[in-house]
Design a protein around this ligand. Structure first.
Ligand code: SAH
Length: 331
């Protein structure tokens, strides 16, 4: 619940309104029960217990990378489902990659999160709790959040919006919109809604191919909204928000990594306020493997030569199964 929502609840319980801030503060600290809310009156705790529950995630398994400081969590939800989050250490601080759904229904061929389909949406609280749980466990403060774990954030629009409001709340974690990235596979109708919210978040778009022929083969969502329509939506988004868009491009051997693909992509993106992240694809299915390093650099070179901003994403936590959804699938 947001602070205004909690305030209504506290009012309904006939309790003084300052209690709402107290309860909100405890929830943002990541407590697992009303009992732990030290300074909240006993009567209010009893009343809350009758009608509400605290739906925080708990750590089922933690994997620490031995090659860098990456930590991966398998979290258990209150109904017994599992999700994953990853904490990464950068020069500028800690960043967390969180999940927005249990599973995913987008069906991208190279992605582990979608293997069992969609199980359910996460609530805003369950998204927030992935951050508080990791912070408490590692005794750190997380300053950046990316919605790039399991699930399609724009397929769970309302709860994601609730999460964005919770996480940026001054009396809570207070993580500003400029420190948050949201990644989508290209759910164009929801991108148009998001555009109207005029948020200062970074929008990442998982493009992965320069044309419909290849994109529809690996990403079923492209059969509904093709590359041209998607890029039009991106241009409109940039115009409205003045924010640069990041394009994710997983380099898959023999599928989308040819020189011709790089040239075609350059033409499509020319003149756009954007940045391309080339990601060596993680092996998930036998039919898709990562491109070789030489080809990734050729691809980068062609984009750069055409004036497109591009970086090759560093691989973090390579020894702890970097690709999302694999731990859950095993479980
Ligand atoms: N549903 C959202 C966010 C989750 S996926 C989206 O599609 O953007 C986060 C990123 O990881 C996406 O860019 C996704 O395409 C990418 N990804 C999924 N499987 C991958 C793999 N095997 N190798 C590299 N990147 C992958």
């Amino acid at each position: 619940m947001t602070l205004p929502q909690l305030t209504e609840v506290v009012k309904g319980c006939g309790e003084p309104l300052f209690r709402a801030k107290q309860v909100f503060g405890w929830l943002q600290k990541g407590v697992h029960s009303f009992e732990e809310m030290g300074n909240v009156s006993k009567t209010l705790k009893e009343k809350l217990k009758e009608n509400y529950y605290v739906s925080n995630v708990s750590i089922e398994k933690r994997l620490d990378s031995s090659v860098d400081d990456t930590v991966k969590y398998l979290y258990r939800l209150s109904d017994g489902e599992y999700i994953e989050s990853v904490v990464m250490k950068y020069k500028h601080g800690y960043s967390i990659c969180i999940s927005t759904q249990v599973g995913c229904r987008m069906g991208c061929g190279f992605c582990a999160s979608t293997i069992g389909g969609l199980c359910r949406n996460l609530t805003g609280g369950e998204m927030l709790s992935q951050i508080t749980e990791a912070q408490n466990d590692l005794n750190i403060r997380i300053s950046n959040v990316v919605l790039m774990g399991m699930g399609e954030p724009l397929d769970n629009y309302e709860n994601v919006m609730r999460f964005l409001s919770l996480v940026s709340e001054e009396d809570g974690l207070h993580i500003g919109m400029r420190h948050i990235s949201l990644s989508t596979c290209g759910v164009v109708d929801k991108m148009k809604l998001l555009e109207k919210e005029k948020l200062q978040i970074t929008l990442s778009v998982s493009l992965h191919a320069p044309n419909d022929e290849i994109r529809s083969q690996i990403m079923p969502v492209n059969r509904k909204w093709g590359v041209v329509e998607l890029l039009e939506a991106c241009k409109s988004y940039i115009k409205t928000t003045s924010r640069r868009i990041s394009f994710e491009y997983a380099m898959i051997y023999g599928i989308n990594d040819s020189d011709a693909c790089a040239s075609e992509l350059s033409k499509r993106l020319k003149g756009m306020l954007c940045h391309v992240n080339l990601i060596p694809a993680n092996d998930v299915h036998d039919q898709y493997t990562k491109s070789n390093v030489t080809q990734i650099h050729r691809f980068q070179y062609i984009l750069e030569n055409n004036g497109i901003n591009v970086t090759v994403r560093r691989t973090l936590g390579s020894d702890i199964n970097a690709s999302c959804g694999q731990l859950r699938a095993e479980k």
